[in-house]
Design a protein around this ligand. Structure first.
Ligand code: GLC
Length: 418
């Protein structure tokens, strides 16, 4: 009798877990990300009866990576899904479930290069949720008022920003700055500096064939120009800015230009934004007049932990979030760029978030960070790079000196096999 009762209890428990599984989802949060997450998972929760619990993380990708690496190395069972940066796949691949079989039709709807970026030794490590490529946000009203054009080169940006800043301050707009961007010592600075260097024809730090190219004159010229910005057209504090700090200054109307990712488009047009309706976006400036502009390729994916005890439900949530319904909702709610090609022809998206169809070309030509050629060493390579850049920007030696030291460090890392 006891046995039967015990079996019945176990059975009931199993049924109830089968009915309602709670999966945890770790993700960095920017802007109204908590609300967006809840909106996104709602249809999945209603359909499956399961629950998706957000584990909110700091918005810095570098901070997330540090924490996730520790959790995964310890085989953490508490987190079922991780929202992963496009650069992490080679480093974290071993800890995630292979999604290639469960997501064949989603994979086919994606841009092939994005699927490739999440594939490591034939294993699909994570499913793309959205891609990313930065924009130059500019204040239409201020440019018009001062008779200025959208700058085409970084030199022009420096000059235009300064002229408007000076003229506005003379009129009493004392807190206005010309240009806000991300110069904190973290992954975001790698993105800002890579695209700047690339636009000057200075390569992409480590080339796809593994050769270390970063110590060159063009790269140094690009960084030396950027070193004139803090305290001049950018606040001194920019050396500690990440995306959200730049957006904070921008949204209170205190900057003429901002470099940021498309998520800032929707937030900038939000009800609590002082710049709603007053700005537009353009591709980032180029190194030379008539030269080409460069944008660092970003993007976020969802991975299922190998240590999860709720893998089935976790996979179901991952495929839902990566699919067309959720990607469209995400595009409308957060102006994130879809990874599914068809959504670039979606009329509703084009009407509500015009940056999305406009940014198709920009992200398709975006420059990847060297995470593929440097494999498990990428984070260290990137941190050496952002430190060299940060030292340059904060006046600790010239770009030439810092890039020379960086090259030696990278050669050494490569020599010991990255
Ligand atoms: C954005 C990009 C991501 C990048 C990060 C840097 O979130 O999508 O790929 O690493 O910015 O701060």
């Amino acid at each position: 009798m006891k046995k039967i009762l015990a079996a019945a209890v176990v059975n009931a428990l199993m049924c109830s877990t089968a009915l309602a599984v709670e999966v945890t989802y770790a993700s960095g949060i920017t802007g109204d990300g908590v609300r967006v997450f809840q909106e996104l998972v709602k249809p999945w929760e209603e359909e499956t009866g399961n629950k998706a619990v957000l584990v909110p993380m700091p918005s810095s990708t570098t901070d997330q990576f540090g924490q996730y690496r520790l959790w995964l190395a310890a085989g953490n069972k508490d987190i079922d899904l991780y929202q992963t940066d496009v650069i992490w796949a080679p480093q974290l691949a071993d800890h995630f479930v292979d999604l290639s079989e469960v997501a064949t039709d989603i994979a086919e709807q994606n841009f092939p290069s994005i699927i490739e970026s999440q594939t490591v030794d034939g294993k699909l490590v994570a499913l793309p949720l959205f891609t990313d490529a930065p924009a130059l946000f500019y204040r239409k009203d201020l440019l018009e008022k001062h008779g200025e054009d959208v700058p085409e080169t970084w030199e022009e940006l420096t000059e235009t920003a300064k002229r408007i800043q000076d003229a506005e301050r003379a009129e009493g707009n004392k807190e206005l700055w010309g240009y806000v961007w991300q110069a904190n010592a973290y992954e975001g600075l790698t993105c800002n500096a890579l695209e700047l260097i690339k636009s000057y024809g200075g390569g992409q730090i480590v080339e796809p064939d593994g050769s270390i190219s970063v110590n060159n004159e063009k790269a140094a010229a690009a960084l030396n120009l950027a070193a004139t910005w803090p305290g001049n057209i950018s606040p001194e504090g920019v050396l500690a800015y990440k995306e959200e700090e730049a957006r904070g200054v921008w949204q209170t109307g205190k900057a003429v230009f901002m470099r940021n990712w498309p998520y800032a488009y929707h937030l900038g047009n939000g009800e609590d934004s002082e710049v709603a309706g007053k700005f537009s976006v353009a591709p980032l400036p180029s190194g030379e007049k008539g030269g080409s502009s460069a944008a660092t390729l970003g993007g976020w994916n969802v991975a299922v932990s190998k240590y999860s005890e709720r893998q089935e439900a976790a996979i179901s949530l991952a495929t839902y979030l990566a699919g067309p319904e959720a990607q469209k909702r995400r595009a409308l709610l957060a102006s994130n760029l879809p990874t599914l090609e068809a959504l670039y022809d979606d009329a509703e998206i084009a009407e509500q978030q015009p940056i999305i169809p406009q940014w198709k070309e920009v992200f398709m030509q975006a420059v990847p960070r060297p995470s593929a050629p440097t494999k498990s060493a990428y984070n260290e390579v990137s941190s050496k790079f952002w430190n060299a850049v940060h030292n340059t920007l904060s006046g600790k030696a010239t770009a030439e000196e810092n890039l020379e030291i960086l090259e030696l460090d990278l050669e050494e890392m490569k020599g010991s096999g990255w």
